[in-house]
Design a protein around this ligand. Structure first.
Ligand code: ATP
Length: 135
């Protein structure tokens, strides 16, 4: 079994889609290991998106992820990292396949509802940022 760090970004909360999105992960069979509703500051955003801080798209992304409360969670299950990324769909909601969270619910490249760790190394790093006390 594997763990992954998932964010339901502020657009998910604002649009009232927390239940819908969380329900998809639960229905798939993934277990919630940790869950927190919080608003992050720019420093936390920079830590989480360390690999993107120099990118052109980052300043508006930072504004977006700090714009209101989000839901951070750790999900666990067999091949959880790949399974979550498949459920999330392609980064750009306009191109994401129907049936995926982004494909069904997002029309944006930035406000794409969810984040999921992209590798075991990223998952370890991100889980430590968001849930430092998680055993
Ligand atoms: P995530 O890491 O959030 O699961 P991802 O792996 O599909 O998404 P990344 O390439 O890691 O996408 O980009 C991280 C986030 O940055 C995206 O989820 C999106 O919110 C934003 N982003 C990425 N590319 C762009 C872009 N070209 N324009 C605007 N925002 C972007």
């Amino acid at each position: 079994s594997q763990r992954t760090l998932v964010l339901l970004k502020p657009d998910t909360v604002r649009r009232g889609l927390v239940g819908e999105v969380l329900g998809r992960f639960e229905a798939k069979g993934l277990s919630i290991v940790a869950l927190d509703f919080r608003t992050i500051d720019a420093d936390t955003a920079d830590q989480h998106y360390a690999e993107h801080v120099e990118r052109d798209f980052y300043p508006p992304l930072r504004d977006f992820v700090t714009s209101g409360p989000l839901v951070a969670l750790v999900l666990e299950g067999d091949e959880a990292i790949e399974v979550v990324r498949a459920l999330n769909g392609a980064t750009d909601g306009r191109k994401a396949a129907p049936g995926t969270i982004r494909g069904d619910l997002s029309l944006s490249n930035r406000e794409n509802l969810v984040h999921g760790s992209d590798s075991p190394e990223s998952a370890d790093r991100e889980i430590k940022i968001w849930f430092p006390d998680l055993p």
